[in-house]
Design a protein around this ligand. Sequence first.
Ligand code: NAD
Length: 419
Amino acid sequence: MHEEVTALNPYHMAVQQFEAAAEKLHLSEDMREVLRQPKRELTVNFPVRLDSGRIKTFTGYRVQHNVNRGPAKGGIRYGPDVTLDEVKALAMWMTWKCAVVGIPFGGAKGGVICDPKQMSSAELERLTRRYTTEISIVIGPHSDIPAPDVNTNSQVMAWIMDTYSMHEGFSIPAVVTGKPLSIGGSEGRNDATATGVLFVTRQAAKRMGMPLKGARVSIQGNGNAGAIAARLFHNEGCKIVAVSDTRGGIYNESGLDPSAVLRHKQERGSVIDFPRAQRVRVQDVLEVPCDILIPAATEGVLTAANAGRVQARIVAEAANGPTTPEADKILFDKDTIVIPDILANAGGVTVSYFEWVQDLQSFFWGVDEITKKLEVIMNRAFSAVAEKADQYHCDMRLAANMQAISSVAEATQVRGIYP
Ligand code: NAD
């Protein structure tokens, strides 16, 4: 297996994908200029008291790409490698994602440069509360609604909700989604991203005549998206042949038991050294023999350097931006179906939308109703994108971007330019 590859600048990648769709749509240059750039980019530098008594200054971002179809919506990630360009790319992808599944939100994203694995829970709470305060000038239940992303979870969302509510003097659950159920979270939110990935993969497999039962699945990333996808695809009858986290990967051609792998990770901090599996590197799980590949970790992992070695027939992008434009071309040329991120992982934001609606009306739905509504939305979006891809003889990413960009352009056009 081969050396790791370095990722492209994700914002350049997002703009390149946008230009390809805009070109195909014959969008005017004036409209392209409006849609190409984020509406707002907020950078905040703020001090946090560490457990040692030291005060460390952190940098965070909140970017709103476009709000013509509704309030801005998008996750917050913590990590040492967070950059403004990454947040800008993720915000743009959120705009297209909400449009492709037809939910009334624009796109946003946030991030803080920090190493959450080296911080205590108390330090993370202080960092979250101060960051929330710093970005409270742009977030709100009717303006911009954050959610979890890499290295943030329902506890972090609870701290954001509490901080924002403390400033207002009463509880405002709809300011953030992905919250615990006890404070206005939604049934089904935790599994929503992976459930959506399963729904669209079922549709893709059906179109290819590939039975999901017995299909071999390899998954990069073992967090909210990846670990839950492993469980759901396993329950569907698939064979999970490989999984990985930041420290490495494991492979067993006869299949791994995802719940045993998760227990092992909880006890040892990583999937590596799982018994009865071959140790492989993080990048190798992208290339092992499998039918379905689910990148569920980070951007820019499938590139011109390794796409030719991908053996899967379906790539279902649970992660945002895992495939570079060059890799897209290589995969398309060898008839690999790539279900693009803005469609494949839209289950998360769709159930976030359900959570927001439930919070605003203070009336909550059961998990069966949520799953049914999610399935309708995901299947409808998949069919629309697949039809467009057939019509234009193009890959599903271009088709999904065309679908989304035309809908945002139409909203921009009909609203008109203020003043
Ligand atoms: P998470 O923090 O729960 O898990 C991330 C996983 O990826 C971890 O197992 C980590 O070890 C692994 N990882 C991180 N960086 C890596 C790297 N450089 N190489 C290999 N592995 C790495 O995060 P998550 O919420 O599961 O998000 C994963 C991806 O899914 C991200 O791209 C995120 O934007 C996307 N996504 C998540 C949601 C959601 O609801 N959580 C929704 C849509 C999209």
